[in-house]
Design a protein around this ligand. Structure first.
Ligand SMILES: NC(=O)c1ccc[n+]([C@@H]2O[C@H](COP(=O)([O-])OP(=O)(O)OC[C@H]3O[C@@H](n4cnc5c(N)ncnc54)[C@H](OP(=O)(O)O)[C@@H]3O)[C@@H](O)[C@H]2O)c1
Length: 237
């Protein structure tokens, strides 16, 4: 039976590698979301090289736009027959700027992509989640209380930290169902986002390595965890 998974932030970096990893399984159907159409086209090509039988849908959409939630929900309704086995909320927006210089728009965009969109998207998709569904939020080590913080990342870190509380709230609210909600708080992974946050820093993990870990966790951890925030970090920049 086909398993339908929605993954956000797939045009590059970790999300791109997550979808490539899922492409090895012909019984999985993925809806991959990002803004960059070229990145999504590249993803289609690379997945086709891995497995010509892989079912990949792509949707170029801006998660900062309110109407994106409705569009995604409609897409799932029509193309996935209102049935989802999981969501990996991987998209992330990073603004690196001194606290005093962050504009209202930059703060709102950070919260829209990193917090409000995962909240509203999960809310909208809940009726479509199957009994075995696993909803996975990708957050950041910086969002964990008392972890090391870095100047210039206040909007990013604050907005990403909300995913951890959201995970705990949803696990509690849905505990009578079998749907599981977990959150991975990532440390440094070599991607464009990391290069923007920490220019010149070399991360110990590639996007492909982290992508493989996320897939393994997504598939297997729902049996062992619910409402958990798990740090996945070898080092701190
Ligand atoms: N790399 C690290 O060291 C690290 C550490 C901690 C946490 N994380 C988290 O891991 C996740 C993946 O990060 P990454 O390093 O792979 O970052 P990345 O290379 O910058 O990729 C971010 C992805 O999010 C998508 N995205 C951003 N804004 C969007 C929007 N408005 N609408 C739709 N999609 C949007 C981007 O696609 P488009 O630009 O095409 O829209 C891109 O595919 C993020 O949640 C990030 O916060 C990463």
């Amino acid at each position: 039976m086909m398993r339908n998974i929605l993954v956000t932030g797939c045009s590059r970096g970790i999300g791109f590698e997550v979808v490539k990893g899922l492409a090895q399984d012909s019984s999985i159907s993925v809806l991959a979301i990002s803004r960059d159409e070229k990145g999504l086209s590249r993803l289609i090509e690379e997945c086709r090289l891995i497995n010509t039988n892989f079912h990949l849908h792509t949707l170029s959409i801006d998660l900062a736009m309110d109407r994106s939630i409705e569009t995604i929900s409609e897409y799932v309704k029509i193309n996935f027959n209102s049935s989802l086995d999981g969501v990996i909320h991987n998209a992330g927006y990073l603004i690196k700027k001194a606290f005093v210089d962050i504009t209202t728009k930059e703060l709102k965009d950070s919260f829209q992509v990193n917090c409000i969109s995962p909240f509203l998207l999960t809310q909208k998709l809940t009726p479509y989640l199957n009994k075995v569904a696993h909803v996975l939020f990708i957050s950041s080590m910086g969002g964990i209380q008392s972890s090391k913080k870095f100047p210039g990342l206040s909007a990013y870190t604050t907005s990403k930290s909300t995913l951890m509380t959201m995970t705990e709230c949803l696990a509690e609210e849905f505990k009578m169902t079998n749907i599981k909600f977990n959150c991975l708080a990532l440390g440094a992974v070599q991607t464009e986002m990391l290069s923007c946050a920490f220019p010149g820093y070399e991360a110990p993990l590639s996007a492909a390595e982290m992508g493989a870990y996320i897939i393994d966790f997504y598939i297997n951890a729902r049996k062992y965890f619910n409402g958990q925030v798990i740090p996945i970090a070898l080092t701190t920049p």
